[in-house]
Design a protein around this ligand. Structure first.
Ligand SMILES: *Cc1c(COP(=O)(O)O)cnc(C)c1O
Length: 380
């Protein structure tokens, strides 16, 4: 057996965070439901009160750390009740009045709300698009640079190493929202980022049935601030959710591998359709993001986006799909798609489809999509 840091992603995923085998104990101990723990005498940890620590979180945090930074015993992970709880913990624990944060202008749809809140606290916010590393031009004097790559839903990619180097020169910390890629697709800490942040509601847990988030970081002082923020806000995951997440990680490599292969197969077929425009998938040779993505990503994710003629055509297409649910979110084993413009907020055309590719058989999925495209032309 090779050394642990040489393990493949599948091996790492099935073993991530497991405790040492002990006779009569389960492989992955069940969820620990506890508001408090027996605590005679001096109130020292690790387990004192349920808002501060929980053994089920500990195992999950270890597992995520092993995937985010294999072989790096120094990283720490803190899990949260949702991706936004994790993202907020970085922004609001690291920034104070007078600081400046640089956010993507094309990032997750809750970022404008975060911006309003930061500004209400006297924190300056600048934005620039993800594509073309445009955030470089607004870094001067910034305290925190927030990257989201590939961006959601536009699927632009920025060069993490290049932006980290410039941000660190300017004295700014760098956080990467790694939700879309998952740690099997991209490892932000290895690319130099200070924080890897994700909504584990998406591909990381992959079944569309729990909300969860995490922050992984190598600097003990920074992660202490994150942990303190979780305690203050109480944005803690339930033990059941944490346990389900850990159970789901065992299949992460299988799911991500299949979903990425399906996404590429779908993108290749869509590339040949005249009624599909604006097709984006970072794994597709010839995609505007492909070259930069290939330099930092190990897998290109499960999201494909494209544009149909107009709102009605897009609605008819979604209605005609049988294997693909019309739903938001992404990264699950069951394919979903939605007309992104229905939310407002994202700067996308009315016929813009964000397609989250699941783990169906590729032939079935591609056939369903082609059938729905043909059924929805409106010319029949
Ligand atoms: C979904 C998502 C979030 C927010 O995660 P929740 O778990 O819904 O709070 C943040 N960033 C990205 C890129 C997302 O897709």
């Amino acid at each position: 057996m090779g050394a642990e840091q040489d393990w493949g992603d599948g091996t790492r995923a099935v073993r991530a965070g497991l405790p040492e085998p002990r006779k009569y104990e389960p492989t992955l101990p069940g969820p620990v439901f506890a508001a408090h723990y027996h605590l005679p005498g001096e109130p020292t940890g690790p387990y004192t009160y349920g808002r501060d620590e929980n053994p089920t979180w500990t195992l999950l945090e270890r597992a995520i750390g092993e995937l985010e930074a294999p072989g790096d015993g120094a990283v720490e992970t803190v899990v949260f009740a949702s991706g936004m709880a994790a993202a907020s913990s970085v922004m609001f624990s690291q920034l104070t009045a007078g600081d400046v944060a640089v956010l993507p202008s094309d990032g997750y749809q809750a970022l404008p709300l975060v911006r309003e809140q930061l500004e209400a606290y006297g924190i300056g916010v600048r934005t620039a698009p993800t594509g073309g590393d445009a955030q470089l031009s607004v870094l001067d004097g910034a305290k925190l640079l927030w990257l989201e790559t590939p961006s959601n839903p536009g699927l632009d990619v920025c060069d993490i190493r290049r932006l980290v180097a410039a941000a660190h020169d300017a004295g700014a910390l760098v956080a990467v929202d790694n939700t879309l890629a998952t740690p099997l697709g991209q490892r932000p800490l290895a690319l130099g980022a200070d924080f890897s942040v994700a909504s584990d509601t998406k591909g990381m847990t992959g079944h569309g049935d729990i909300l969860l988030g995490h922050v992984t970081c190598r600097d003990p002082r920074l992660i202490a601030g994150i942990r303190r923020w979780r305690k203050i806000t109480g944005a803690i995951p339930g033990p059941m959710e944490a346990w389900l997440a850990h159970r789901s990680l065992a299949t992460l490599q299988l799911r991500v591998e299949r979903q990425c292969a399906n996404a590429l197969a779908l993108a290749e077929v869509l590339a040949g359709r005249e009624d599909v425009t604006g097709l984006r998938y970072p794994g597709l040779a010839g995609d505007p993001s492909h070259e930069v993505a290939a330099g930092q990503m190990r897998r290109f994710g499960s999201v494909v986006s494209f544009v149909l003629a107009d709102k009605d055509r897009a609605e008819r297409f979604l209605d005609a799909l049988r294997l693909v649910d019309d739903a938001t979110s992404f990264g699950g084993v069951r394919s979903t798609a939605e007309r992104r413009g229905r939310w407002g907020g994202d700067a996308v055309p009315p016929g813009f489809i964000r397609f989250s590719v699941g783990a169906e058989d590729p032939g079935d999925l591609v056939a369903d999509v082609l059938h729905a495209l043909d059924m929805s032309t409106g010319r029949s």
